[in-house]
Design a binder for this molecule. Structure first.
Ligand SMILES: [Zn+2]
Ligand SMILES: [Zn+2]
Length: 158
């Protein structure tokens, strides 16, 4: 019973924490109210949920694995500057991956088990921060910059 509750809390934490948490982020969230929880238990359960298809495990080279409560096929973008991991919705992404798999297997002697697409770039907040720094207004760089503010910056910069 206790273990079932603990498992539910771990799964729930991944759904609650925005931006695809790591095992440590889940642990940090739950630890204060679950003093007997260990990081090993969090890892074990996250990987169990991933193997059961209740979570997606996202392996990013040279970074800790991230977990995703959204198990519907979607792509991910990773910010080169701050490491932010965002969902990128691509229409008919699941079908696209099936087509890509068939396409590759028709041409190459290679049986595909999984395709992970990693889309790297720079997020809006980091671009805005870089633009204000370049414009010499780093002092009032906002953490979160709206699209309007970005447009204004572009206009101001010519
Ligand atoms: Zn960023
Ligand atoms: Zn995602």
């Amino acid at each position: 019973m206790r273990h079932t509750k603990q498992k539910e809390r771990i799964l729930q934490a991944v759904r609650t924490i925005p931006n695809h948490p790591t095992a440590e982020m889940v642990y940090d969230l739950l630890k204060p109210t679950n003093p007997r929880l260990s990081l090993a238990t969090v890892y074990r359960n996250l990987n169990l949920f991933a193997s059961q298809g209740k979570l997606l495990k996202l392996d990013i080279p040279s970074e800790p694995a991230r977990y995703d409560a959204n198990v519907h096929p979607h792509a991910h973008g990773v910010c080169d500057v701050c490491g932010m991991l965002m969902d990128i919705q691509i229409e008919r992404y699941g079908d696209f991956l099936v087509d890509l798999k068939k396409y590759i297997e028709r041409r190459e002697d290679f049986r595909i088990s999984d395709i992970t697409m990693q889309i790297r770039g720079v997020c809006a907040a980091c671009r805005a921060a870089a633009e204000s720094a370049a414009a010499g207004t780093a002092g009032n760089a906002a953490a979160e910059v709206t699209e309007e503010a970005e447009e204004e910056l572009k206009a101001a910069n010519g």
